[in-house]
Ligand binder design. Structure first.
Ligand SMILES: NC(=O)C1=CN([C@@H]2O[C@H](COP(=O)(O)OP(=O)(O)OC[C@H]3O[C@@H](n4cnc5c(N)ncnc54)[C@H](OP(=O)(O)O)[C@@H]3O)[C@@H](O)[C@H]2O)[C@@H](O)CC1
Ligand SMILES: Nc1ncnc2c1ncn2[C@@H]1O[C@H](COP(=O)(O)OP(=O)(O)O)[C@@H](O)[C@H]1O
Ligand SMILES: [K+]
Length: 531
């Protein structure tokens, strides 16, 4: 499990060590982690350090201090280092160390930003150490002009310069993932003590590149994380496996109310996703024409035209491929939600749900659908506002409905009404293809049917009973993302279809669940890439 925190949580965890006079030690540990990451990155590309150039853009706070110390370590490895001081002051000890190591200093207040930006953009490595967790809003004044100019030059340069963000890209809000332009997109973010929420939520995650967590000794003081990411070891432990004497009913039956005469394919894809995600049986309820198509595509599915009450299942999937005009299907969807069983509610079911739900109802909107949902609940957020602050929006929707809300996208966020959030980024942009969301709903439905009642499976991992629904949805998103990636890999990195994602699911499941659990730690996995 990868854990992320707000800036305040990390700063509070630092306090006891700062009070014992260890501030400089913490900073040097952070700086060593940053410098080592730069060296390792160059090595992995077959490049050395001696003679290579580093430009560090520094602010006047501790983030700038980290950057200056890191550059002084790199200077000791023979790198040519330049610092651009964007503030009127700089961390005094770190600046002194940097100058002692032979680093050159430019001050932004005395020089035109354009000239400094041009020099920085020619460096082999740029370290963004202007703002960290102490930032209030985005970059201002000449620092903003400098960073915008470097970003523009690098965007047009063909990617020769490697950009490393110190703790987080300057201008990304550590707590929310909101982005205050200009922000220099990083290839790698080296973050200290624990990941910051803003690195695991869009749009901040767009600017972070790969994320590496470096331990600095504050970890035991960190609270429960507010955002978590399931890694492969978690998937290996959490994915259910049939017991020796399992039968199809004990393994879980999923009822599917999806598709319509207008969108019959959604029913097929949802069923294919569910079947490929290990469910014992799928029962389909819908119009006869759609049921015929489902039978042809998936003879494993048991189809009926009856009511929700007539069908004994462990969980329901409702809404994919349905619109407001499909009254009979919508009534079934409402009945399924009214049954009290776990439900994944997708697409057309979202506008038809009661206002108050329980956490066992998992809503799966994309950003547009989440904006509509929030507006129906009396909020003013439009799609742009949701996209600008995905973490806040998904939490708000969960809090207002009482349901578990999964927001789809490049980063998929799942919020429980308690405020706990899972963030998964296992996929590839090729997943943005019609029908992909129907397969995801099928996967989540299958997992709800198999593991919804298995409270112990999740509590062993520290997941509270009411949060397990979010963990199940996050498992589904992770499996779906990895299956999409694997399908693309089988196509030499090329496109995937929704059906192709479903076809890759069993093998993806098999691969992750055979991972050895030995030596894997439950929380706070450190010094490891998040993606
Ligand atoms: N505590 C520790 O020992 C450790 C901390 N660590 C590191 O410290 C970082 C946090 O450091 P920090 O608290 O000094 O804040 P930081 O992010 O550098 O920025 C604040 C400075 O910038 C200024 N400023 C604010 N907003 C601004 C804006 N929009 N535009 C321009 N300026 C702005 C603000 O000045 P003000 O506006 O208040 O006058 C203030 O001077 C953290 O991310 C991690 O990297 C690690 O080394 C581990 C040990
Ligand atoms: N850029 C992206 N990178 C990774 N995954 C993505 C991206 N865009 C969309 N996805 C994933 O693809 C799926 C799309 O679902 P959805 O929008 O419901 O599509 P549809 O309605 O066409 O089935 C979701 O699982 C989402 O997380
Ligand atoms: K930074």
């Amino acid at each position: 499990m990868i854990s992320a925190y707000t800036g305040t949580q990390v700063r509070q965890a630092e306090e006891p060590l700062l009070a014992s006079g260890l501030g400089d030690v913490l900073m040097q540990r952070a700086a060593h982690g940053l410098a080592n990451a730069v060296i390792r990155e160059r090595r992995s590309r077959g490049l050395g350090t001696y003679g290579a150039s580093v430009s560090v853009l520094t602010g006047k706070g501790n983030n700038g201090g980290d950057g200056l110390y890191a550059a002084s370590f790199l200077a000791a490895r023979g790198m040519r280092t330049t610092a651009v001081l964007t503030g009127d002051t700089a961390h005094p000890q770190a600046l002194a160390a940097f100058e002692r190591a032979g680093g050159r200093v430019h001050r932004l207040d005395g020089t035109a930003p354009a000239a400094l930006a041009a020099e920085a953009a020619r460096a082999d490595v740029v370290i963004d150490a202007v703002l960290g967790t102490g930032a209030k809003g985005g970059l201002r004044g000449s620092a903003a002009v400098l960073v915008a100019a470097v970003a523009e030059l690098l965007a047009g340069s063909g990617g020769q310069t490697f950009v490393v963000a110190c703790d987080l890209p300057s201008g990304v809000d550590a707590d929310t993932g909101e982005v205050f332009e200009p922000v220099l997109p990083a290839d790698l973010t080296v973050t200290f003590g624990g990941a910051k929420n803003g690195l695991l939520a869009d749009p901040g995650a767009d600017y972070a590149g790969r994320v590496l967590v470096v331990p600095i000794g504050i970890e035991e003081h960190l609270p429960q994380p507010s955002v978590s990411r399931l890694d492969e070891a978690d998937l290996a432990r959490l994915l259910p496996h049939p017991a020796r004497r399992a039968h199809k009913y004990s393994r879980g039956v999923l009822g599917v109310v999806a598709g319509s005469v207008d969108y019959p394919g959604a029913a097929v894809l949802a069923c294919r996703g569910a079947l490929a995600a290990g469910v014992g049986m799928v029962r389909y309820l819908g119009p006869p024409q759609v049921a015929d198509l489902v039978r042809q595509a998936c003879p494993e599915v048991v189809c009926s035209t009856g009511s929700v009450a007539d069908n004994r299942v462990q969980a329901w999937l409702v809404g994919s491929g349905m619109g407001p005009e499909h009254h009979e299907q919508l009534q079934r969807a409402r009945d399924a939600v009214g049954s009290g069983l776990p439900v994944v509610a997708d697409a057309g079911a979202l506008p038809a749900l009661p206002e108050t739900l329980g956490p066992h109802v998992v809503l799966t909107p994309h950003t547009g659908e989440l904006a509509s949902l929030l507006q129906r609940l009396g909020r003013s957020e439009d799609r742009d506002a949701v996209e600008a602050g995905t973490l806040a929006a998904v939490r708000r929707a969960s809090e207002l409905t009482g349901g578990t809300v999964l927001l789809k996208g490049a980063t998929t966020l799942v919020a429980a009404p308690s405020g706990d959030v899972f963030s998964q980024a296992d996929g590839t942009p090729w997943l943005a293809t019609a029908g992909s969301g129907d397969v995801l709903a099928g996967v989540i439905g299958a997992l709800l049917a198999q593991a919804g009642n298995d409270v112990g499976r999740f509590s062993k991992e520290g997941v509270e009973p009411d949060v397990r629904w979010a963990a199940i949805a996050a498992l589904g998103a992770a499996l779906h993302g990895k299956a999409g990636r694997s399908a693309s890999d089988s196509n030499a990195g090329g496109p995937v279809t929704a059906g192709g994602i479903a076809d890759s699911l069993p093998q993806t499941w098999g691969k992750v669940s055979t991972l050895s659990n030995s030596g894997l730690r439950k929380r706070n996995s450190h010094t490891q890439p998040l993606r």
